[in-house]
Design a protein around this ligand. Structure first.
Ligand code: KG4
Ligand code: ZN
Length: 338
């Protein structure tokens, strides 16, 4: 299999990795979270500038830590979509330049395909078909993984992504950014049954609910109303209980829809990916429910749940081994279906 130098700069992590198939020789991630924290969220212009400032140094570091020289690199890959356009351009342009200078094949990788491949990095025996539950700051998707490059999106959120809901609720509870890890920690000391919140089901015209699609913006609004009501009554907001109830509602909603997909399509494995895969409440809830249905659930290690370049390299290595490459004219896209 080809050894790939991969770059990921779609949002607020500058990441470079050297990967051969499922083996990671080096993986460097510089998080910009502390820089964006002061603004309460990611500022696209600042993200691009940070990528520019750190990328070259990270490439050198990743090469050094991998104990490989350029002669041992068989291809260069970078995330090309979806994401922040300016941020994506920094990584993609660097990858194209390296490919030209070192005369290597070049490949643009879809960010969500990277998250799907993250599971392979820790599961050497996992092969398609399986169901991928991708839950990140920008996506909440249920994807039927048929083969390398062959994917069918079965379910999605109609509005906010799961991670976005965590971030927005954390903001309204004044807990800071990013919201997921803070709510996760707080929820551990709260009562998940304290407040009943809406799961975000999508009504169908003929009655009943959509089995795979969901919505999280109503849940966020319900948390806002709850907090306003408690404050109006002069009661202290029990932050841990609100966090635990909110987190459990997300976990229940995702679990029901993922299990429905797996059952309907006869898939016995669910691989979870994206930043929200790090959530301890989702992990526990989904594992327990899936076990009752004899479905195996796989979570990548935390370092491969959130954005990283190793997952991009793993996807690229598979594609390059099949002769897939991209033209050097490939552009970036803020939105692009898988
Ligand atoms: O995959 P990712 O790093 O970036 C995107 O592609 O969006 O996901 C980032 C998202 C953020 O919304 C963050 O709040 C959420 O993942 N997140 C979590 C946890 N850790 C990160 N959400 C819930 N629980 C966590 N422990
Ligand atoms: Zn991501």
């Amino acid at each position: 299999m080809p050894t790939v130098l991969a770059i990921e700069t779609s949002c607020d992590e500058t990441a470079v990795a050297i990967v051969n198939n499922r083996q990671v020789y080096s993986s460097i991630i510089a998080s910009q979270i502390p820089v964006h924290q002061q603004y309460g969220g990611v500022v696209p212009e600042v993200a691009s500038r940070q990528h520019l400032e750190t990328l070259n140094q990270e490439i050198a570091q990743a090469m050094e830590q991998s104990h490989r020289d350029w002669g041992q690199i068989d291809g260069i890959a970078a995330t090309c979509a979806p994401g922040l356009v300016g941020a994506l351009l920094v990584g993609l342009t660097a990858a194209k330049t390296l490919a030209m200078v070192h005369k290597k094949p070049f490949l643009g990788v879809h960010h969500l395909e990277g998250h799907i491949y993250a599971t392979y990095l820790s599961e050497s025996t996992l092969d398609p078909p399986f169901l991928s539950l991708l839950v990140s700051g920008g996506h909440t998707s249920l994807i039927y993984v048929k083969d390398c490059g062959s994917y069918e999106t079965l379910g999605e959120t109609r509005d906010d992504a799961a991670g976005e809901a965590f971030d927005k609720v954390a903001r309204l509870l004044k807990l800071g950014y990013p919201g997921g890890p803070v709510i996760d920690k707080l929820a551990q000391t709260g009562d998940p049954q304290a407040f009943a919140l809406p799961e975000g089901k999508i009504s169908l015209p003929g009655g009943g609910y959509h089995p795979y699609d969901g919505s999280f913006s109503g849940l966020k609004t319900a948390v806002l109303r709850l907090v306003q009501q408690l404050e109006k009554e002069g009661r202290e907001v029990p932050l841990a209980d609100v966090a635990a109830s909110f987190q459990e509602t997300i976990a229940r909603s995702l679990t029901k829809r993922a299990l429905a997909c797996a059952r309907d399509y006869g898939l016995s494995t669910i691989a979870v990916g994206g930043g929200v895969a790090a959530n301890s409440g989702l992990r526990k809830y989904l594992q327990a429910a899936a076990a009752e249905h004899n479905i195996r659930v796989l979570f990548p290690p935390l370092k491969y749940c959130t954005d990283n370049a190793a997952m991009i390299g793993c996807a690229a290595s598979d594609h390059l081994s099949r002769g897939h490459t991209s033209a050097l004219t490939l552009g970036v896209h803020s939105r692009l279906p898988l």
